[in-house]
Design a protein around this ligand. Structure first.
Ligand SMILES: Nc1ncnc2c1ncn2[C@@H]1O[C@H](COP(=O)(O)OP(=O)(O)OP(=O)(O)O)[C@@H](O)[C@H]1O
Length: 285
């Protein structure tokens, strides 16, 4: 095979990727086990038969062309699809060996333990301080809120930039700062997993690099699953990569499926499926 171009540019060439791959630990400690997962919107089966395990404190990237169901699968991990009236989830998602969709499971608690960061930074229209303090307060936090705010903003590599303007509106921050604030807001309630849906797609390269550095640091403590269109980013930050694509049936309907899931270094240097190779080398998608 040719050496892949991970730039994602159409018609990509054969240069060596300018990235260093993260070493993936064994998946012995799986946080999620996904089996036979299909998601329907009404009658449309948007994603079909996904099987994968997500490793503890690893960064798992989900890549693939538009509409292949990456965000749909991501939203299954914290039951966000429950909020879409037409969505139905079939199959198994076990979180620490417990059925995430079991009758006794409280979706609100699920979303506290499995937080989410969205494509577009969406801070509350409140002060920087209150963006962090809000979730813990609502959750009954009894400790020192000032300390929690400082600790959380430090953790999210934002403290130095905002410590003198904590009472300023979060909306006055730059896009990259807002996104780091949203990450800080997510970790303030002490989740175990952070889901990120194209967290850098609205950011410039410098702000993107800061988020990627932050992800690397956060992965020491949190399990991260990130959807990204940026293959360089997947190659740089993730331990494992899942490549999705969509098949078109005889009625012209598209059904997303997981084609290949492996250590990131392998996906980008020696994928086992031709479709993965074509995608990462820019021949389609
Ligand atoms: N709320 C919804 N209602 C109905 N159909 C939906 C909904 N969300 C997604 N879909 C459909 O499900 C399929 C998968 O969409 P999804 O957004 O998960 O793909 P994606 O790979 O994340 O795409 P992109 O990379 O463009 O964000 C598409 O056909 C899309 O139109």
């Amino acid at each position: 095979m040719t050496t892949p171009d991970t730039s994602g540019a159409a018609g990509g060439g054969t240069r060596t990727p300018q990235v260093s791959y993260r070493q993936a630990r064994s998946l012995a400690e799986a946080v999620f086990e996904v089996g036979g997962l299909s998601v329907f919107y009404g009658d449309h089966e948007a994603v079909r038969d996904v099987n994968m395990s997500i490793g503890d404190r690893q960064i798992t990237a989900m890549i693939g062309p538009s509409g292949c169901g990456k965000s749909t699968v991501l939203r299954c991990f914290n039951r966000m699809n429950d909020l879409v009236p037409t969505a139905r989830v079939h199959g198994k998602i076990h979180y620490h060996n417990e059925d995430l969709y079991g009758r006794e499971v409280d979706p609100i608690e699920v979303r506290r333990r499995i937080g989410m960061v969205f494509q577009k930074p969406n801070p509350f229209p409140k002060s920087i301080y209150d963006n962090i303090a809000y979730g813990p307060r609502v959750g009954g936090f009894k400790g020192n809120v000032d300390d929690l705010v400082e600790e959380t903003l430090t953790h999210a590599a934002l403290w130095e930039e905002v410590k003198d303007k904590l009472k300023t509106s979060a909306l006055a921050l730059s896009g990259g700062q807002q996104q780091r604030l949203c990450i800080a807001r997510t970790i303030a309630v002490k989740p175990e997993v952070i889901l990120m849906d194209e967290p850098c797609s609205s950011l410039d390269p410098i702000a993107t690099a800061k988020i990627e550095d932050l992800m690397e640091k956060l992965a020491e403590e949190f399990t991260i699953i990130v959807v990204t269109h940026n293959m360089q980013q997947a190659a740089r930050v993730s331990h494992r990569t899942a490549f999705f694509t969509a098949d078109v049936d005889d009625k012209g309907e598209r059904h997303g499926r997981l084609v290949e899931y492996d250590e990131t270094a392998r996906i980008f240097s020696n994928p086992s499926d031709r479709r993965t190779e074509d995608y990462i080398s820019g021949r389609f998608g």
